[in-house]
Design a protein. Sequence first.
Length: 190
Amino acid sequence: MLNLVIFGPPGAGKGTQAEFLIDSFELIHLSTGDLLRSEIAAGSKLGLEAKAFMDKGELVPDAVVIGMIKSKLEANKNAKGFIFDGFPRTVEQADALDKLLNTNNTPISGMLSLEVEKQELIERLLSRGKVSGRSDDQDQSIVENRISVYKEKTSPLIEYYKKQGKHFGINGMGTIEEIADRLKKTVSSL
């Protein structure tokens, strides 16, 4: 089974490239945001638990998110693999995910970390903000802060996967097709 974590700063193109990987390798997309919305809409026990935290403006605990991921894995036992998007974000989450996947003997195959220069990220996000209307993509100071927070909070996670020999830095500069080709070559070698 091919299990991938797609990773990178805001504006790196994770969503665009995740779609390419899903199509190329027949993977199931596991976006924690989508999972939360789906479980809440379904009125599941985990969804109701998550909603209670969200309604108070609190983060959904890792145990609840891991429970949702477990449900999704169990519902797709014959999948060729999964691409994790938006999770894990911390070492604790990565460790919990590893424990879950190892119980099924289906560990993470690799973390694909899209590496993009800061100025390019800023330009991409500001451009996206003009099209999407997302307010957090329209203010340069907010964009720069999001990039800084990403760098500060995620470096331990990169080290976590490096220690396992599962971190793959991917040049995220260039056309969508060039980046997709680099990803495909990396994934094909796993």
